[in-house]
Design a protein around this ligand. Structure first.
Ligand code: HGY
Ligand code: MN
Ligand code: MN
Length: 407
């Protein structure tokens, strides 16, 4: 069996991977030159697929197939941005595959009873600015416009970045879509975990998307000479942080359905012969059960307070981000299930530990996700990989989904 559609996807993703600020892996942050380059490629491919293209005021590139007669719209797509030195598939594969599916139908002259939009969201990862899901939240009408004042590490506000990118952030509040005219949102994404590969299954249907919250914790002690201060007289910020990291891990091991990660740790003055005076760290919690996640967040905030008190340190801890778990829509899950079966592939239903644009789109409309196997479950890593064969099956499933969906 040839995999020309999968090969076509692989080639496009290779071209998109070149739109990167790093030579190791892909670094494509929102509202950057790399983002412009990626949008230019996507715009051309959307037009080849017969879509009309525009850039909305949240920086989302929108490719639209219009069925006319005021038909409802099925929304598809994912995010164009990557983490730093990430992979070539996370997010962007979920933009390319539906474009190829629609191009295939366009070339066959197939008409659909409903309109379709492929969305390339600008900023899902929340790596450049301390927020996330900007584009999806704008369409859902849930974006807190305060986030437009959030700054990146160079002090540029999200608002300024949007204006510099050529869109008008003052209109972002007008992007909310009409739920009554929306059939749903279907996101195609690599699994980013090892389950499909372990089960020898190329495609999966997502049952639910985990919720997530992030805390920013700072301990302030006393930077001092490493050779002159006895242990009992120190105010060491890093040993306090070490206790915190252990506690987060212990809690996540103890509590079912909870994942805890300390991904960022900044030590000052961070030199071999000085006692660390201050440490700033992130604590991220994820769970498909919101109550579990929130309880764990409260417990860790209390532990931070106790640790600071016992060690005579100043501290601050703030929950900087949260989003609730999302159940996927049952009829849409069945439609994806049927579409996968039509490709003669095994099907697996599984939860998503990663969050996605669908997490925010669920505030607008019913959502579902098609997962594609990725090698060794590796993601957020230059070695991220999905095969031609698996992407071929995913495109065929999307074509089947589009041609069998009831409007
Ligand atoms: O962090 C996540 O789960 C997603 O990759 N932004
Ligand atoms: Mn990601
Ligand atoms: Mn993603």
């Amino acid at each position: 069996m040839n995999h020309h559609l999968g090969q076509k996807a692989q080639q496009k993703l290779k071209q998109l991977a070149e739109c990167s600020a790093s030579s190791v892996g892909v670094t494509r942050l929102p509202f950057t030159p790399e983002h412009h380059q990626a949008n230019a490629l996507l715009k051309g491919w959307m037009e080849d697929a017969g879509l009309t293209v525009h850039l909305d005021d949240a920086g989302t590139l929108v490719g639209r197939y219009d069925a006319g007669h005021d038909a409802p719209t099925l929304l598809m797509g994912s995010h164009q941005d990557s983490v730093k030195q990430g992979g070539s598939y996370d997010g962007i594969m979920g933009v390319v595959l539906p474009i190829i599916a629609l191009e295939t139908l366009h070339l066959q002259g197939r008409k659909l009873p409903f309109s379709v939009e492929v969305l390339a969201f600008a900023d899902e990862e929340g790596v450049r600015f301390p927020t996330a899901l900007v584009g999806a939240r704008a369409l859902a009408g849930t974006l807190d416009e305060q986030v437009l004042n959030r700054k990146d590490k160079d002090g540029i506000t999200l608002k300024q970045a949007l204006s510099d990118f050529g869109v008008n952030p003052d209109n972002i509040g007008k992007l909310k879509r009409d739920a009554k005219k929306t059939l749903g949102f279907i996101e195609t994404h690599i699994e980013q975990g090892p389950v499909l590969e372990h089960e020898n299954t190329p495609l999966g249907v997502v049952t639910a998307i985990s919720g997530i919250e992030r805390h920013q914790l700072t301990f302030k002690g006393q930077a001092a000479h490493a050779g002159t201060v006895p242990m009992h007289l120190r105010k060491d910020a890093l040993t306090a942080a070490a206790e915190m990291i252990q506690e987060a891990e212990k809690l996540a091991i103890k509590m079912p359905d909870l994942l805890a990660t300390v991904g960022q740790l900044d030590v000052t003055p961070n030199v071999v012969n000085a006692i660390p005076g201050s440490v700033s760290m992130s604590i991220e919690l994820r769970s498909p059960v919101d109550e579990v996640r929130e309880k764990a967040g409260e417990m860790l905030q209390a532990f931070a307070r106790e640790t600071a008190l016992l060690r005579g340190l100043e501290y601050s801890i703030k929950r900087t981000y949260s989003q609730n778990a999302v159940e996927c829509d049952h009829p849409l899950k069945l439609a994806i299930n049927r579409a996968i079966v039509s490709t003669n592939s095994r099907v697996l239903q599984l939860p998503s530990g990663a969050t996605h644009d669908a997490s925010a789109m669920a505030d607008l409309t019913r959502v579902a996700m098609l997962f594609v196997r990725c090698r060794k479950g590796i993601s957020h890593n230059p070695n991220e990989y999905a095969s031609d064969e698996d992407m071929e099956l995913a495109i065929e499933a999307l074509i089947s989904l589009l041609t069998n969906m009831q409007s």
